[in-house]
Design a protein around this ligand. Structure first.
Ligand code: NG6
Ligand code: CA
Length: 525
């Protein structure tokens, strides 16, 4: 009887991708910031070396059609955690320094799902999804809700981004090392006429890195930031030390949880501006600090891999390497990214980058590595960071409730490189907030700019029309707009996009299956 039950369980597991509990691996998601498709060696970069990321790809599966769901940070991170398209969620655009928690307690997330499956869970690094409640984060008190209220057991954070104030660490519910006698104040107005800012000529002349646009409010560590802050001096970090801190915190936590299973979201600030890598990485490439920050990111990946090896966890850990949006050169600082670019192509063969819905905005490096389980190779299946939640639920044998992770598809078999696996058949791409959206269905892609205003981007070209239609198989660089030649297809694609928008979900609420863009549905375990 028991044997039959075990056999049955194994059959069910084999069908839906769930693994027996003893075989569920630790999971580490390494998310880079603003890293483009062409920024690393294994994706074609020749002007700098990324041996550790390349090794991950050589031992694992490198996706040529791996995506993040948005071409800016907050919406991609929101979707990665919740499995929901950010355009469905008001306020899921780039978060301001004093933004409150975007993901409310009680929301199912990749972390809460893995926690339910018995995983220890932690996030280390950039958060940028808001903290606390209205009217704003209580920087001197308890910073909740936050990651700990949506499934993480531990967090050690850069609360916003490295170009936004406050430049302090948050550990669990509090600013680390905050001296109550030197309280932290964060705001969006200059606190007084004698508060030095990046716009003051004498201050600007002495900056460690000059700004080119924005980033001229409070100066910290010789660099102008977005937003103003005072106090909290003992709690402040140095940009140069962030990567070391993420690695140190992560290694300590992995060691504590080596008996597993554990889920670590390693959320690097590299290579977001201001790019100020540790002194030991400065000058390591000919590309300026943008290139040096990639080398620093690569070092982080190497340190995590070394730790897994040392603890004997490599064959028991699924590592996913990805980015939160495509590349940008000048994102507000004069750091040499443009003059020192040379032959380097940050978005690889793709058009656009950060802030755009062309492929360069969201088609980014995506690697899965699990030695002994994933056969090394290259996959052309379409997968997205938004799918990790449903895929991890499937891996741990959990059924998603009808309203959980509504746009996340179980693509576990594709992530593990199973020969018969399907990826996504369609994907919505977005820049920051709506209403601009793109829909990819198979090889076809429609770009819709409903406000008819061209996308503003300082480093990449502007959109020319209200709608664009491309065939990515013939035209991966999105150069031949077929919108006027193929009005029927354009109409059909736009109505599919509209249907996905109004459905409120990409999953069929009846069967809790995947709702395809042609209206059909298949079960999603
Ligand atoms: C923009 C900032 C940019 C960057 C971005 C967020 C200006 C002029 N530009 O508003 O520098 O911070 O927001 O980047 O301030 S993200 O990768 O975190 O989404
Ligand atoms: Ca980003």
């Amino acid at each position: 009887m028991r044997m039959i039950a075990t056999l049955l369980l194994l059959v069910v597991a084999a069908l839906d991708g769930a693994l027996p509990a003893a075989e569920t691996p630790n999971v580490i998601v390494i998310m880079a910031d603003d890293l483009g498709y062409g920024d690393v060696g294994c994706y074609g970069a020749t002007e700098l070396k990324t041996p550790h990321i390349d090794r991950l790809a050589a031992k694992g599966l490198r996706f040529t059609q791996g995506y993040c769901s948005a071409s800016t940070c907050t919406p991609t991170r929101f979707s990665f955690l919740t499995g929901k398209y950010a355009f469905r969620h008001p306020g899921a655009g780039i978060a301001a320094p004093n933004a409150t928690a975007l993901i409310r307690p009680g929301t199912e997330t990749i972390a809460s799902l893995l926690k339910k499956a018995g995983y220890a869970t932690a996030v280390v690094g950039k958060w940028h999804l808001g903290l606390g409640d209205v009217p704003g984060p209580d920087w001197n008190g308890l910073l909740k809700p936050g990651p700990l209220e949506i499934g993480f057991d531990r967090c050690f954070l850069l609360p916003t981004t490295n170009d936004r104030v406050p430049s302090v660490y948050v550990e669990n519910h509090r600013v680390r090392n905050l001296d109550p006698k030197d309280p932290l104040w964060v705001g969006n107005k200059r606190p007084g006429p004698d508060h030095p800012t990046g716009t003051d000529p004498e201050v600007r002349a002495k900056l460690k890195m000059n700004w080119s646009h924005g980033h001229n409010h409070t100066v910290h560590n010789g660099i102008g930031r977005i937003g103003y802050f005072t106090g909290g001096h003992a709690a402040r970090w140095r940009d140069e030390d962030l990567a070391d801190e993420w690695v140190g915190q992560s290694i300590k936590w992995i060691e504590q949880h080596k008996d597993g299973p554990f889920f670590l979201f390693f959320s690097s600030h590299d290579i977001h501006v201001p790019r100020m890598p540790h002194e030991r990485f400065q000058g390591k490439t000919t590309l300026g600090f943008r290139g040096d920050a990639i080398v620093q990111l690569d070092w982080c990946v190497g340190e995590l891999a070394k730790t897994l090896d040392r603890l004997g966890l490599t064959e028991n850990t699924l590592v996913v390497f990805c980015s939160d949006n495509g590349p940008v050169l000048d994102d507000g600082y004069q750091d040499g990214a443009i003059p020192k670019l040379g032959k380097h192509t940050p978005a690889g063969p793709y058009r656009g980058g950060k802030y755009s819905i062309y492929e360069g905005g969201t088609r980014t490096p995506l690697i899965t590595c699990w030695p002994g389980t994933i056969e090394p190779g290259v996959s052309d299946k379409i997968v997205c960071t938004i799918d990790l939640a449903a895929s991890m639920a499937a891996m741990t044998g959990q059924t998603l409730s009808a309203d959980a992770c509504p746009d996340s598809f179980n693509v576990l078999r594709a992530l593990l490189g199973k020969p018969d696996a399907a990826g996504r058949d369609h994907l919505v791409q977005q820049p920051n907030r709506g209403p601009t959206l793109a829909l990819r269905v198979g090889d076809w892609k429609v770009l819709s700019y409903p406000n008819a205003k061209p996308i503003k981007s300082r480093t990449y070209e502007k959109s020319k029309g209200r709608y664009e239609l491309y065939n990515l198989a013939d035209d991966p660089g999105e150069k031949k707009n077929l919108a006027t030649q193929q009005p029927e297809r354009l109409k059909e694609m736009l109505s599919k996009l509209e249907a996905i928008k109004t459905a409120g979900s990409s999953r069929d609420r009846q069967t809790v299956g995947i709702l395809h863009s042609d209206g059909s549905a298949t079960p999603n375990p």
